[in-house]
Structures are given as C-alpha cells and as structure tokens.
Design a protein around this ligand. Structure first.
Ligand SMILES: [Zn+2]
Length: 72
C-alpha cells in the first residue's frame, strides 16, 4: 500500500510543476524584473506577482504611464 501513496506523491509533484510552468508561460510580457529599470530600487514581490512582466516599481510605473499617456 505504500506504493499507492508514493504514486500519489509523484502525481502531486507533477501537478505542482505543471502549475508553476503554466504560471510562467502565462506571463504576457516575460518575467518580472526584481530591480526597477528607472530607479534601481528593488520591486516588491507583491507587485511582481500582481503585475507579471513589470519592469518598474510602483512610483516609477505610474510616472511612466503618465508620461506615455501624454504622448498619446
Ligand atoms: Zn522605480
């Protein structure tokens, strides 16, 4: 019976791997950066999780969006 439990564990591992791979490939603009490209500050993990593919910290991102909006 331990064999059945081992197989169940393998299945969970495969499932977790599939979910991690799906989450990675689902990011629309590639992986998030850990360092903001504008101010070189570290981007909080919560922001990276909320905005996949982000390259800026929160203040720089809103600043960037305001600037790009002005240019149409
Ligand atoms: Zn920044």
């Amino acid at each position: 019976m331990t064999d059945t439990i081992d197989r169940a564990g393998d299945y969970v591992d495969e499932w977790n791997e599939a979910m991690i791979n799906a989450a990675r490939t689902a990011a629309p603009a590639g992986p998030s950066l850990t360092i903001c490209i504008d101010c070189d500050e570290e981007i909080p993990e919560a922001r990276r999780a909320a905005a996949p593919g982000c390259k800026r910290c929160m203040p720089c991102e809103s600043d960037h969006q305001q600037r790009t909006r002005q240019h149409g």
